[in-house]
Design a protein around this ligand. Structure first.
Ligand code: ATP
Ligand code: MG
Length: 304
């Protein structure tokens, strides 16, 4: 699938294979019972962190439940808006099917509109509202990972997280709306073969800049879900990376790699990573760009 994705982006490296429709299988295991959750720093009198020292996921303890209050306190300074479920119902016309955009492993996504009547200080704009499917394979941990990472990372080639909802069992994410949808749609669905070379290159360079930003940050981030459905396009075909639910803090200082459980989407993860379970610095970008440039075979599929 990864080969098909990048081959199609560059237009001349062999045939596309199938399996772009429907839900993609992530390699993470389905959560049973109460998901393990992380306790955020902050709250209980602890000072909120500034964005200069990004709250990293490994700063969080896995031993307790983070409360909605602690989470919003920990993310003070990130300009995230905290929505109630009632507000997001209003924004999406009660999650109406006419607002339905699509569905991935996390759950359904709906288009909506916000303005400063929805939240004071909010610019009038269309948004994409992603709703956790409580019966699905992802859960609170992926939602929290997305909020922690994307809530603090800001870059022209990362999709902007505008806010979230954390109320009772509800877990939602509110993003800037990306008018032209995913790169996957342009490559494999109704707009297939319509992208000119210059646009393909612009998208590849934009996505690479997004990855470079993550890898070269003071606290590096390993994205772990780099694929065409997660590269979203604005009205001007500017590429932005989305979906940080599988992201992980990268190696820091003189560490050469981090050891992780093998995660990603079936067919997209790097073979070296699958074999060794380690992610050397720069691995993600190198493997993907090599594939894009040469059409080199993926050679391995991710085990479940
Ligand atoms: N910010 C956004 N703006 C516009 N459309 C979006 C936005 N975020 C997601 N979508 C669309 O919503 C649908 C579901 O996206 P989602 O990211 O949940 O799943 P996916 O990337 O297709 O699959 P996976 O779960 O494997 O990542 C897709 O059609 C995607 O293009
Ligand atoms: Mg996605």
């Amino acid at each position: 699938m990864a080969r098909a994705g990048w081959d199609s982006l560059f237009g001349c490296f062999g045939s596309s294979s199938s399996s772009h429709g429907g839900r993609k299988k992530k390699t993470k295991t389905k959560k049973k019972g109460k998901p393990k959750v992380a306790a955020a720093a902050g709250g209980s009198g602890k000072p909120a962190r500034s964005l200069q020292s990004r709250l990293s996921f490994t700063d969080l303890s896995l031993s307790g439940m983070v409360s909605p209050e602690d989470l919003s306190l920990s993310l003070v300074g990130s300009n995230l808006h905290v929505f109630s479920i009632a507000e997001l119902r209003a924004v999406t016309r009660d999650f109406s099917m006419t607002n339905f955009i699509g569905e991935g492993g996390f759950g359904p996504v709906y288009k909506g509109y916000v303005d400063d009547k929805a939240k004071p200080g909010l610019r009038a704009q269309p948004v994409a509202v992603k709703l956790l499917d409580l019966e699905g394979g992802q859960g609170h941990t992926e939602w929290l990972t997305e909020v922690i990472f994307l809530g603090q990372l800001r870059h022209p080639h990362l999709v902007k997280l505008i806010g979230y909802c954390y109320e009772d069992e509800h877990r939602l994410l509110v993003y800037e709306f990306m008018t032209r949808g995913s790169l996957e749609k342009h490559l494999f669905k109704k707009y297939a073969a319509s992208l000119p070379w210059s646009t393909r290159l612009k998208i590849a360079i934009g996505a690479a800049k997004g990855l470079a930003f993550l890898h070269e940050a003071e606290k590096p981030v390993i994205y772990r879900d780099f694929k065409t459905s997660n590269i979203l396009l604005d009205s001007d075909f500017k590429a932005k990376l989305s979906d940080f639910g599988l992201a992980k803090d990268g190696p820091e200082d003189d560490e050469t790699h981090v050891s992780t459980r093998v995660m990603g989407t079936q067919g997209y993860a790097a073979p070296e990573y699958i074999m060794t379970g380690t992610s050397p610095d720069g691995e993600e970008r190198r493997v993907r760009l090599r594939r894009g440039a040469t059409g080199a075979a993926v050679g391995a599929a991710v085990g479940g």
